[in-house]
Write a protein that binds this ligand. Structure first.
Ligand SMILES: [Zn+2]
Ligand SMILES: [Zn+2]
Length: 344
């Protein structure tokens, strides 16, 4: 089903002749999500635009929400935050050419967040991009690039046999493991800082123990501070301080009763009581409820909350199932994001 907002985006060409101003997206709080207005001298382009490309939480594929990804466009330069499956298509729908993506930031290495950054780089290369594309992510990102170059090699052989001198992908694709909390990247538009959040609780002996990291990302632009929670459980004071003063907090959200109902009704998998208990512990401790997001947003004094990475997501629940709990503890604007909403 097309969202009202997507219809609005697709109608832009027709609407460009009309001098309409920012309009709240369907279902959004006034002043939160806005439709892009035609640009003119009286209406200069916004410095910072955030588009939620994919708002589904977890690896489920469905027809209503794409896998997690966001694009932050600062003075016309797009930066990608997470790259779930289908991100190239979502960028096209947002009217952002994938050949313009030069910087990608990955919050953590669950495949709903990292599945397509290699594919995205590869397609940009196949379309002729020669300028470097850099991806920054937790440990494992650099080794993933080595694997992707191998995966991509047959395509390279196909596309370059008649054009000696084509830029080799290894001269275009670059990966950087984030080694620790703190500054990750800076250019003339953005300053990116990472903080390990509370998504992982590996025990000694677990394969991920001691090296898997999940990060929240804080991105300062010339006029906005945008914080992405990444996937995280309730994380206490450290995350509150990291989020403090955010103009926009993009936070993951889980409805615990709904996710439990969904897992129990999933006919393709049957869990024992012990497995079910373990899964719900993961949902409770490694994801965040609406109420905890509301408390965090108030404690950190954020300007607005954008709920994305919805679990169970799809369109199983009304927006109120995610938003009302936030509003109990936070009085600012709260938007339950759909794919392709824009915030500025
Ligand atoms: Zn996720
Ligand atoms: Zn995750």
């Amino acid at each position: 089903m097309k969202t009202a907002y997507r219809v609005l985006l697709e109608g832009l060409t027709v609407m460009a002749v009309l001098a309409w101003t920012a309009v709240p997206a369907a279902g959004a709080e006034p002043g939160a999500a806005v439709a892009p207005a035609p640009l003119s001298a009286a209406n200069p382009p916004p410095v910072t635009r955030l588009i939620t490309l994919g708002t589904q939480g977890g690896p489920r594929i469905n027809s209503t929400r794409a896998q997690p990804a966001n694009v932050l466009i600062v003075r016309g330069t797009p930066y990608l935050i997470d790259a779930g499956n289908g991100v190239g298509r979502q960028l096209a729908l947002a009217k952002v050419p994938i050949t313009r993506i030069g910087r990608i930031f990955i919050t953590h290495n669950h495949d709903d967040h990292n599945a397509d950054w290699g594919a995205l780089m590869g397609i940009a290369w196949s379309l002729g991009r020669k300028e470097p594309i850099h991806v920054y992510g937790p440990r494992g990102t650099e080794s993933m690039l080595l694997g992707f170059l191998q995966y991509f090699a047959p395509n390279v052989a196909n596309r370059t046999f008649h054009s000696a001198g084509a830029t080799p992908p290894a001269s275009v694709f670059f990966a950087h493991d984030i080694q620790q909390d703190g500054p990750v990247y800076q250019d003339e538009n953005i300053q990116v800082t990472a903080l390990e959040n509370c998504h992982y609780h590996y025990l000694p002996g677990d394969p991920g123990h001691g090296w898997q990291k999940s990060y929240a990302l804080r991105i300062q632009t010339p006029d906005k501070l945008v914080v992405f929670s990444g996937d995280t459980g309730e994380c206490g004071k450290q995350l509150t301080e990291f989020v403090r003063g955010a103009s926009i907090l993009v936070h993951e959200v889980v409805s615990l009763p709904a996710i439990e109902r969904r897992i129990r009704s999933d006919r393709s998998t049957s869990y024992s009581d012990a497995q079910m208990a373990e899964l719900m512990t993961h949902m409770r401790e490694e994801h965040t409820t609406p109420e905890d997001i509301g408390r965090l947003a108030t404690a950190a004094g954020v300007g607005q909350v954008v709920l994305s990475h919805l679990a169970p997501g799809s369109d199983e629940l009304p927006d109120s199932a995610y938003g009302d709990g936030v509003r109990q503890f936070y009085s600012g604007p709260v938007t339950v994001a759909q794919d392709l909403m824009e915030f500025r």
